[in-house]
Design a protein around this ligand. Structure first.
Ligand SMILES: [Zn+2]
Length: 89
């Protein structure tokens, strides 16, 4: 089973986890594994100081989306179409 280490963030509007394309310096890395359908999932429970709730093992982790906003581009939640609700784990 392949394991990778990724920075994670969570959209607190729709409760989706993403691989963080724009992590803080020194942000925690979390191990992910790929399930039989090729979807990345958390390997262990995560209790981050930034999350209100525990993120449990086997939670799917998506890749998020880069949005263009005029000259600017930003990384955000593909469902909510914003980065407003993203918090780092
Ligand atoms: Zn969202």
């Amino acid at each position: 089973m392949e394991t990778i280490q990724e920075h994670l963030c969570k959209c607190i509007n729709c409760d989706t986890l993403f691989m963080d394309e724009n992590p803080q310096i020194g942000a925690e890395l979390y191990p992910l594994y790929q399930d039989d359908n090729g979807l990345w999932r958390t390997k262990y429970d995560i209790e981050s100081p930034y999350t209100i709730h525990t993120v449990y093992a086997d939670t799917p982790v998506l890749e998020g989306e880069i949005f263009e906003d005029g000259e600017e581009s930003f990384f955000g939640c593909d469902q909510c179409k914003t980065d407003e609700y993203l918090i780092d784990l």
